[in-house]
Design a protein around this ligand. Sequence first.
Ligand SMILES: Cc1cc2nc3c(=O)[nH]c(=O)nc-3n(C[C@H](O)[C@H](O)[C@H](O)COP(=O)(O)OP(=O)(O)OC[C@H]3O[C@@H](n4cnc5c(N)ncnc54)[C@H](O)[C@@H]3O)c2cc1C
Length: 467
Amino acid sequence: MQNHAVVIGAGMSGLSAARVLERFFEKITVLDRDELPEGPTARAGVPQARHVHALVTRGAQELDALFPGFLAEYEAKGAHKLDVSYDGAVLRYPGWQQPMRSGCTAYLATRDLTESIVRRRLREGGRVEILPRTEATGLYVRPDAPGRAAGVLAVQRGGGTNLTLPADLVVDASGRSSKAPSWLASLGAEVPREEVVDCHSGYSSRWYEAPEALPADCWWKLVWLDPSPEENHFVGGVLFPVEGRRWIITLVGYAKHYPPSDEEGFFRALGALRSPVLQRMAELGRPVSPVYSSRANQNRLRRFDKLTKPLPGFVAVSDSVCTFNPVYGQGMTVATLSARALESTLERVSLGDPGFERVFFGSQHRAARDAWNLATSADMRFPGVKSDLPAPSRFASFFGDSILRTMNHDAEVLRRVTPVYYMLKPTRTLFEPDLAARILLGGAAGVAAARLRRAPLSPNPPPRPEI
Ligand SMILES: Cc1cc2nc3c(=O)[nH]c(=O)nc-3n(C[C@H](O)[C@H](O)[C@H](O)COP(=O)(O)OP(=O)(O)OC[C@H]3O[C@@H](n4cnc5c(N)ncnc54)[C@H](O)[C@@H]3O)c2cc1C
């Protein structure tokens, strides 16, 4: 057993990492700059919690394995377990999806609820000390061993007391705003290069109290409206139900078509989407929040996996390494996969061994790579995208479009593709010969039919599925 691990950040990745570290360290300290409430309360350190957060199947399974009983408590506290393709009115850019079961479920709840259950369960384990209001300001190195991270420098908020927290392993889980690159640079350590794919997208969200009952024709439990760059529609929107009979309605704008952040503009923008259904829902609900905006939607990958000499004693996980355009709902799941990569590395390699950090970063990269490829290739469809990666080939773009076109009506494609999006299966599944052929034929037929028909898009979702 190692002595002491310090985790910077008590978000989803810090809490998941701390849980796996319990197996390997006598003492684990998680510090966070925020006050950490008992229940599902908003806090400044995770401003993204004001926006919709879907937990896809793989992340749900991993969280339940890390924190047994999590899912039962989650549902008991009001998380909605839904098959988006069946329970939702889904307008993909080629058209409305016929409601069909995909066999995969996503959990819809506030991010605050998700995190508060995980945090409480970690605390109850009794092995992890959580230090609130404690902000990491750098890495500590011992004067007699300057080539190794030996802990964390921190300051306690309020009193301003400076702390040095010695550690055998430091885990940076401080998220998108991680300062790790500048901490590493100040020590003369190797700094990862970054790859960015930015389609200049932003969110605006408003919370609503849902009505007691909906009109009979509103059969859906959630709404998903994609934009359609081909038709000059750069704003999409979603409605997710969350616990406490509330909805979060989020507008997502691409290619610098940032959605409005004022209440009147938000409501007007709902009416300008490809279908009026979201504006209708907003009229049925009662707004209970202002409009919140976020532009933290860039895909950014820090290539820790490419470092030739990573600083011993220091690793970074999840968003502090790799962030995604959140519209694909991957971040919390990747947080659990990062924790699993840390666990498997600690099982195979001793912490003091040269190469420990490289093994970990490589393994984490492999765990997140599919999610990265899916998010970046989808974002590269938008005009004006800023990208450090080569543009997808015409074939790759056609294949991606064909998936969306075909899964709108082909139940088998939907059933086989959704597990890839929900991170249960690798992306190579999409290239299984019979599936790829079906997708390509469906895509080609869909394009031909659309050219012949040129029928205007129905403003309303297709009728209710058979129960
Ligand atoms: C708008 C938006 C919507 C999203 N929607 C989804 C979704 O639908 N589904 C999904 O799975 N994911 C979604 N995500 C991503 C998801 O929120 C993150 O990927 C996930 O929370 C894992 O992040 P993390 O724990 O690494 O970082 P975070 O959750 O950001 O947590 C970082 C923590 O570190 C703390 N911290 C930061 N700096 C310091 C410091 N110096 N010292 C001490 N503490 C510090 C912060 O207070 C915070 O608690 C969304 C993200 C955004 C921005």
